[in-house]
Design a protein around this ligand. Structure first.
Ligand code: C2O
Ligand code: CU
Length: 488
């Protein structure tokens, strides 16, 4: 079923345009790996925890000796981590003290439509700013703040939250509007996996810096007939992990659990260790635990994907250093682990992690096809889905709740495809039901290679309203590779 002869060459995985920093860059492995702070609720009652987040500018030191102005949740890059329980509601008041309009989306969340972050449900700046590029639109716009309700009625999983403002998601995420939202449950807590400070989030994002330390991001020319310059996506020459450039982290010679998120706008990574025997034992995917662990010598991770892995450092000696590298970029550095000491390890990776239902292909499932292509639609130059540029007034599908559907994604070049509201299971790739090593478990983002066809099984439940399917290369998304659908 792989498309051939359609005139599209298979491109190398790194298809974006590289932005090069003008600032003096530090040597790698100097900065300590930061761990984003866990957000504390303002109050709690029987059912819910209540939080407030202030979106604001901040001037922070990312490169040594230079100040970088960011737009951050609570002024942080990444924002604070929400650490919540499955089934317990999280209510977050988001205050916008920036000078542009914003929208917050919980990526991977089973979220009611009014809180899902429709790209025109804008939060206008509190200080009476005019919202930058944005006018009061057709969405449900609020002034200064907005309260988002996340029921967290889903399994334990590593989710993340980020900006989702129509046409400006890429620059606003790039400037700092992203953070983790971790859901925990009893099933996962009861497994003998590494916990506490042996469970580490790694949020990987590439950025480029001007000579004065400010973030470099191209102005994307838009408007009728304008050919955008950064059409393929922005990739940059500094790799940040949890906001620090090529950091180092000291570990004991034991097993660690790493929750890896690729928060980059467009860059893919093939993560590997430079020094055996460390590999990755995957225990979870976007939507939580796998049924059983999968071994990977390397890990290909596209924008917005999450891999939950166990890495075993027990074979190393104190003083050893193991570097996490990106094989897609000539073994470029990502970060380093430094083995500090031998220590007791009573963890184990069970052969059986979870028993989620792998649903056989249901007969009579409704089929829909989503074609992701470069294209012009009227005056729009950019990317399209089913030949259409994103139009917030157009719903491309009416999807009944509680019904199995098989969605087919078809691409021209490489696109990481993301669906809101419900996770899916990959059924086939390139016409074969033999999946890639990275397709297992519940996914909400699936990387579709050039001229490839992937089928997924999806079923939406509980929430009626407007939701999105889009490419998670954020420049593709802003150049309209997004479509609304309505659950009914
Ligand atoms: Cu991570 Cu619609 O987004
Ligand atoms: Cu794309």
């Amino acid at each position: 079923l792989t498309l051939t002869g359609c005139g599209q060459e298979a491109k190398p995985a790194q298809a974006g345009e590289l932005l090069r920093s003008k600032a003096k860059l530090p040597a790698p492995f100097q900065a300590e790996l930061p761990i984003p702070p866990t957000k504390k609720p303002l109050r709690s009652d029987a059912k819910a925890d209540y939080y407030q987040v202030v979106q604001r500018k901040a001037s922070i030191e990312i490169l040594p000796g230079l100040k970088t102005e960011i737009m951050g949740y609570d002024g942080l890059l990444p924002g604070p981590t929400f650490d919540v329980r499955s089934g317990r509601t999280t209510i977050i008041e988001q205050v916008n003290q920036l000078d542009v309009a914003t929208v917050v989306h919980l990526h991977g969340g089973h979220t009611p439509a009014p809180s899902d972050g429709w790209p025109l449900d804008l939060i206008m700046p509190e200080n009476g700013g005019h919202g930058g590029h944005h006018m009061m639109g057709d969405g449900d716009t609020t002034m200064g703040k907005r309260t988002y309700t996340y029921p967290n009625t889903q399994r334990a999983a590593t989710l993340w939250y980020h900006d989702h403002t129509m046409d400006y998601t890429a620059p606003q995420v790039y400037r700092g509007l992203f953070g983790l939202h971790i859901i925990r449950d009893d099933e996962e807590d009861n497994l003998p996996l590494p916990k506490g400070d042996r469970e580490i989030p790694l949020v990987i994002a590439d950025r480029a810096f001007d000579a004065d330390g400010s973030l470099l991001y191209p102005a994307l020319p838009t408007g009728p007939g304008v050919e955008p310059k950064y059409m393929e996506g922005v990739i940059a020459d500094v790799t940040l992990v949890n906001g620090a450039p090529w950091p180092v982290h000291e570990v004991d010679a034991v097993r660690y659990r790493l929750r890896i998120l690729n928060a980059s706008n467009a860059r893919r990574y093939e993560l590997a260790f430079d020094r055996p025997p460390a590999t990755f034992v995957q225990i979870g995917s976007d939507g939580g635990l796998l049924d059983k662990p999968i071994d990977h010598a390397s890990l290909v991770i596209a924008p917005a994907e999450r891999f939950d892995v166990i890495v075993d450092f027990t074979q190393y000696q104190p003083g050893d250093e193991v570097t996490l590298i990106n094989k897609l970029d000539g073994n470029a550095n990502v970060m380093r682990f430094r083995i500090a000491r031998k220590a007791v390890d009573d963890t184990r990776i069970p052969d059986k992690l979870s028993s989620y239902a792998v649903t056989p292909r249901p007969s009579g499932a409704v089929r829909r096809e989503w074609r992701f292509r470069r294209g012009n639609a009227g005056d729009h130059r950019g990317w399209t889905i089913n030949g259409k540029a994103f139009d917030p007034k157009v719903m491309q599908a009416q999807v009944p709740l509680d019904q199995y559907e098989i969605w087919t994604f078809v691409t021209d070049v490489h696109h990481p495809v993301h669906v809101h509201l419900a996770p899916f299971q990959v059924l086939s790739r390139g016409g074969s039901s033999k999946l890639s090593a990275y397709d297992h478990g519940w996914k909400d983002t699936v990387d579709i290679r050039p001229a490839e066809v992937v089928e997924v099984l999806v079923r939406f439940s509980a929430h009626k309203g407007k939701y999105l399917i889009h490419c998670h290369n954020l420049e593709h998304e802003d150049m309209a590779m997004m479509a609304g659908f309505e659950t009914v």
